[in-house]
Design a protein around this ligand. Sequence first.
Ligand code: FES
Length: 149
Amino acid sequence: MNYPYSETVLERFKSPHHAGKIKDLDGVGEAGDPSCGDMTRIYIKVKDDIITDARFKVIGCAAAIASSDMACDLIIGKTIEEALKVTNEEVIKKLGGLPEEKEHCSVMAEEAIVRAVDDFRSRQGIYFDHLSYYSSVPCRECNCGMDSR
Ligand code: FES
């Protein structure tokens, strides 16, 4: 099936800027989408609380590849706290939109960033209050205040 992808999605899919792996990584996070069985992994390099590099590997569709690539763009140069605020909606906007049936593909990148930060903090011996963090993430289905991830 051909989806009406934006020029940016097609460009990022054909020539991703951040595909690959960081060998001396500071954190890595994975997320999967049970609805399609696809997954993404995001690697981060951190110096003085700033993400200096981010790379990704994806098993998934064009939307997942473009989303992961754009998510890496959005977190490079940001502090850890700022990176945690990057949402899939922001990724979609920067991509010039995604077809509605492909919007879920962008969620994996957002979740992989959170897990990469979690891994970074674990490696640094920094306590990450998962309960507070996840209870502050609104449910995507109905905004009931519960984490739906
Ligand atoms: S269909 Fe699975 S990530 Fe896009």
